[in-house]
Ligand binder design. Structure first.
Ligand code: NAD
Length: 476
């Protein structure tokens, strides 16, 4: 781990084994941090934050740029580590590294944007606000984009003058550790700390540490709520949450069917086994085109090939771990028990070269009851649920009828329908005739149980600062 600029194991020597989900073979062991190790990291971060906030913005920018350069120089290595550690396709993990580099550079370029304001006040007075970093930021990230999150989610808090303690997922910690190793020569000691371990031990110690006043969490809604609760037991902390989704893709009959079918496959992110918060996992399709849509969708999804991470012809990789695999398979059974029709996939690959790995064939369910668990709960796997609608009101009722609200998409050529759905879909990020794309610099985040706060834009930078107002009486 990287703690106070030094690379070290857990103080009690504890380790966690991480298997390669595509082969089932052990890849490595890594430190299982105790609460003591987390305390060491937080105390080091608190000391480092005192000087880091006084470092000129241009210099903070230069450090992040240097980190971006070193990540870019190790792009192939990082992609390889992530592909082996989380089972996703190598080419997808290569794109993740590019995004990581992009966001490190993006926030490096925004350090001058954390400015305050002046407010007109009485003669002889001057009132202005300035932005101050929190000090120590605790950053907890999920398994699905390990390096991309490890690198991009430390950029804004460090750019804003905070020190960070980051804890990656215990299922995919290797790339964050490599990042820490490379950062040790670039980032001043204590400004970036990487601790690895379980959510229940290391994660909890970070959330509950009194010196951590700002927490940013990306992960499941259930863990997000637990973190809010836990943080509140200790003090008044600012907690932002990027949580799950059960996101709708609404298809009107005037949309080009082949375009929408291709979009539905892309939007579900089968390329990383549906393991994406923004996956459009509910397709709400107009009755007039429902049958034709499903026929083409099933043919396309049925043709997707699971494969080993470096197989250039593979369409989808392995599920990250055994628990996640069991969860996906249990939802496939549940869907059938609930009366939904399984049109393709949903079974584990048990033969051939993939037989030892955690591979599931991409699944499509049709005739899904919008109120059923299959339609309501985030699976975070390659399972797509299709449900028909009759009119726009019904489509909105179904689309908005879940507790989550991260992304949503509508396909139509009708301008009025497009604007109405853009306005009324309950989601933080809406696409019209588009799926999946994150435009850098635009706010990403959820409404309802999908979260609090926005990231990937300048607001993310500002969210790592607090406004302080100064009123000066220089009176006559
Ligand atoms: P998770 O909630 O199980 O774990 C996320 C992180 O929290 C891990 O590092 C874990 O160790 C830690 N953790 C778990 N319990 C904890 C506790 N009690 N205290 C402190 N830390 C704890 O999520 P996951 O399974 O790794 O990731 C999948 C979830 O992440 C999905 O719900 C997905 O939608 C969501 N996600 C959201 C976004 C977004 O931007 N909104 C992006 C990616 C993933």
């Amino acid at each position: 781990m990287l703690i106070d600029g030094k690379l070290r194991p857990a103080s009690d020597g504890a380790v966690i084994d991480t298997p390669n989900p595509a082969t089932g073979r052990s890849l490595a062991t890594f430190p299982d941090a105790s609460a003591t190790d987390v305390d060491d990291a937080v105390v080091a971060a608190a000391a480092a934050a005192e000087s880091w906030r006084r470092v000129a913005p241009g210099e903070r920018s230069a450090v992040l740029t240097a980190l971006a350069d070193v990540v870019a120089a190790h792009a192939d290595e990082f992609a390889r580590i992530d592909a082996d550690d989380n089972g996703s396709l190598l080419r997808e993990m290569r794109r993740d590294v590019d995004m990581a580099v992009f966001y490190l550079r993006y926030y490096a370029g925004l350090t001058l944007q954390m400015h305050g304001d002046t407010v007109p006040s009485e003669p002889g007075t001057l009132t202005y606000s300035v932005r101050r970093p929190y000090g120590v930021v605790g950053r907890l990230i999920p398994f699905n984009h390990p390096l991309m999150f490890a690198a991009s989610k430390i950029a804004a808090p460090i750019a804003a003058g905070n020190a960070v303690v980051i804890k990656p997922s215990e299922y995919t910690s290797l790339s964050a550790l490599r990042l820490g190793e490379l950062a040790a020569d670039i980032v001043p000691p204590g400004v970036l700390n990487v601790v690895t371990g379980t959510g229940a031990q290391a994660g909890d110690a970070l959330v509950a540490h009194p010196l951590v006043r700002r927490l940013a969490f990306t992960g499941s809604a259930a863990t997000g709520r637990a973190i809010q609760r836990r943080a509140a037991e200790v003090g008044v902390k600012t907690v932002t949450l990027e949580l799950g989704g059960k996101n709708p893709l609404v298809v009107f009959p005037d949309a080009d069917l082949d375009t929408v079918v291709a979009a539905a496959v892309r939007g579900m992110n089968f390329t990383w086994q549906g393991q994406s918060c923004g996956s459009l996992s509910r397709v709400v399709v107009h009755r007039d085109v429902h049958d034709a849509f499903v026929e083409r969708l099933v043919a396309k999804v049925g043709a997707l090939r699971p494969g080993l991470p470096d197989d250039p012809d593979a369409d989808t990789g392995a599920i990250v771990n055994r628990g996640q695999l069991d969860k996906v398979l249990s939802y496939v059974r549940l869907g059938q028990d609930e009366g939904s029709r399984l049109c393709t996939g949903g079974d584990r690959v048990t033969d051939g070269a993939l037989g030892d790995g955690l591979f599931v064939r991409p699944a499509v369910f049709d005739g899904v009851d919008p109120g059923s668990r299959l339609a309501q709960e985030e699976i975070f796997g390659p399972v797509l649920a299709v449900m028909p609608f009759g009119d726009a009101e019904e489509a909105l009722r179904i689309a908005n009828g879940v507790s989550l609200g991260l992304t949503a998409s509508v396909f139509t050529r009708d301008l009025a329908t497009a604007h109405r759905f853009a306005d009324e879909l309950e989601a933080g990020y809406v696409w019209v005739n588009e799926v999946g794309r994150h435009v850098p610099g635009t706010p990403f985040g959820g409404v309802k149980d999908s979260g609090i706060g926005r990231e990937e834009d300048v607001d993310e930078l500002l969210s790592y600062t607090q406004l302080k107002n100064v009123h000066i009486n220089y009176g006559r």
